[in-house]
Design a protein around this ligand. Structure first.
Ligand code: AMP
Length: 194
């Protein structure tokens, strides 16, 4: 059982690793990006409110994503273990999460930072779009070079703010995300079981 946050740029492999840990460890995967894309697709009021920001690779307001995370962790998920993927992205979100989890008496165990040089990301995102195309799956509307650039910039700003926040709390662990999928999984599993 573990309560984790994954921080990493688009294409670093956070979602892939989260899915593997879900099947191996039964953790819940809470991706604010997935929740927002679902809300947009189903046309909820929240989705309509978030669409422009998501399409542009800009941040959705803090209160919107904080509400989504509160809802996702409101049943037994916090106690059973979870991976937050793509949240928090601002210090205000990190503070809200800290308050929420301390109210439950279930603090975070690790904040895992996926380290990968920016120039590797473009290749990975292009590959993700190519895979979607070959399986006739929808390509994410924000998986294109212009928006990717904006999302990477947004990530660098977010990391600059979040790293010291979590370093101070001794929760930050950096992993090399350039390795293969199985190597990265082994590293993460080792980290959360030691
Ligand atoms: P992701 O799938 O994590 O790359 O998120 C896709 C998009 O959803 C981002 O570019 C933002 O527009 C929005 N988003 C996801 N998570 C957050 C968050 N924690 N705070 C603000 N916006 C977010």
């Amino acid at each position: 059982m573990a309560r984790l946050v994954f921080i990493g740029p688009p294409g670093a492999g956070k979602g892939t690793q989260a899915e593997k840990l879900v099947s191996e460890r039964g953790l819940r995967h809470v991706s604010t990006g997935d929740l927002l894309r679902h809300a947009i697709k189903t046309g909820t009021a929240l989705g309509l409110q978030a669409k422009a920001a998501v399409d542009a690779g800009e941040l959705v307001p803090d209160d919107v994503v904080i509400g989504l995370v509160e809802e996702s962790l409101s049943d037994g998920a916090a106690a059973a273990g979870f991976i937050l993927d793509g949240f928090p992205r601002t210090v205000a979100q990190a503070e809200a999460l800290e308050t929420l989890l301390s109210r439950k008496g279930l603090p975070l165990d690790h904040v895992i930072l996926f380290d990968i040089p920016v120039d590797r990301l473009e290749q990975r995102i292009a590959k993700r779009a190519e895979q979607s195309r070959s399986t006739a799956s929808p390509i994410r509307s924000d998986d294109n070079p212009d928006v990717l650039k904006r999302r990477v910039e947004e990530f660098l700003t977010a990391t600059a703010a979040l790293s010291p926040f979590y370093q101070k709390r001794r929760l930050l662990r950096r992993i090399d995300a350039t390795n293969g999928i199985d190597d990265v999984t082994r590293t993460v599993l080792h980290l959360i079981t030691t």
